[in-house]
Design a protein around this ligand. Structure first.
Ligand SMILES: [Zn+2]
Length: 318
């Protein structure tokens, strides 16, 4: 038998999983083959065997990290400010009653990936990298800080004066009920134990506090189309790939209630996946016009079917 039983068990629900695909690192070119299984019960995808901390650290060569931090956050445009003020409660961003009204209406269709403001709210960005999002949250009025595993990734933000703790979330040892908002953007798919992560988040949130998550959607149309070549698989760095239901399930088990769950997509993931597919299978390259047309059609199809490449979800502690 090639595996021990614990290697094949789902990290979310403990059921047995079946091999779904074999991954290769097409982004950074690290050697090796990485097996991904799909849980027979909850359908989450996970790397099997799950790599240990030392192996995980080796998945992030220095060139993977984004070292530069733009010196000043771009000022938000008029419509975005209006939506943030009218729809998300960032009252300081739009002065007039009219712009707040326009923002409230426009918020139904525009900038649907923001989170409701809390005056005087304390925010933490987990896996904050160079601190770009900490900077954005501060500009929006949050008392924001970040925690980042990689010292070299955090350097730019720390030099720019942002409050960033170097280490893992657990190592930071924040006291109970410290935050009104915790963001985990493209983080949870890199963690070997997302259930433990959710429990820690629940401990750190204040009552009424929110968790914002962005992560690839394993139920995306793009994954159906491209399989092992789907850009957002990103082996071996992505350890667990969730459906929106998987996330909501582990959040609920930790005591968090779903308040928003939707999916987004852009032509970028399809075009990159297409490049992976062609590099792998040595298929002749199609004309770029055809590619552009299909990638746009994909964005429309993904929106119509609710199967975009990325999940945006907000969970609330009662
Ligand atoms: Zn499962």
């Amino acid at each position: 038998m090639p595996y021990m039983v614990e290697d094949v068990l789902c990290p979310l629900c403990g059921s047995v999983g079946t091999q779904a695909f074999l991954g290769h690192d097409q982004l950074m070119g690290l050697p090796g083959e990485f097996i991904y299984r799909e849980c027979n019960e909850c359908a989450v995808l996970y790397q099997s065997p799950m790599p240990d901390a030392k192996a995980i650290a080796s998945f992030y060569p220095d060139s993977y990290l984004d070292h530069d931090l733009p010196p000043v956050t771009k000022p938000f445009g008029w419509l975005r400010r209006a939506v943030l003020a009218g729809h998300y409660g960032y009252a300081s961003l739009a002065g007039t009653v009219l712009s707040r009204f326009v923002g409230r209406l426009a918020g139904i269709g525009f900038y649907r990936d923001e989170v409701v403001f809390k005056r005087g709210g304390i925010a933490l960005d987990v896996g904050c990298g160079n601190g770009k999002f900490v900077q954005k949250l501060s500009a929006l009025g949050w008392q924001a800080s970040g925690v980042e595993f990689s010292e070299s990734a955090a350097k730019a933000g720390i030099s720019a004066g942002l409050k960033i703790t170097v280490g893992t979330l657990e190592e930071a040892q924040y006291p109970d009920a410290s935050f009104d908002l915790i963001s985990a953007r493209h983080l949870i798919e890199h963690l070997p134990n997302p259930v433990q992560f959710m429990a820690e988040i629940t401990r750190l949130l204040r009552p009424g506090g929110r968790l914002l998550i962005r992560t690839p959607n394993s139920n995306a149309l793009g994954r159906r189309w491209f399989g092992a070549n789907w850009y957002a698989n990103d082996p071996p760095r992505h350890l667990v790939l969730f459906t929106p239901e998987n996330l909501t399930q582990i959040a609920a088990a930790a005591g968090l209630r779903q308040s928003v769950s939707k999916t987004f997509t852009s032509p970028k993931i399809v075009l990159n996946s297409w490049d992976y597919y062609q590099a792998n299978d040595a298929k002749p390259s199609r004309k770029s016009g055809v590619k552009r047309f299909i990638s746009r059609a994909y964005v429309v199809l993904a929106a119509l079917t609710g199967r975009g490449d990325e999940i945006f979800a907000v969970y609330e502690k009662s």
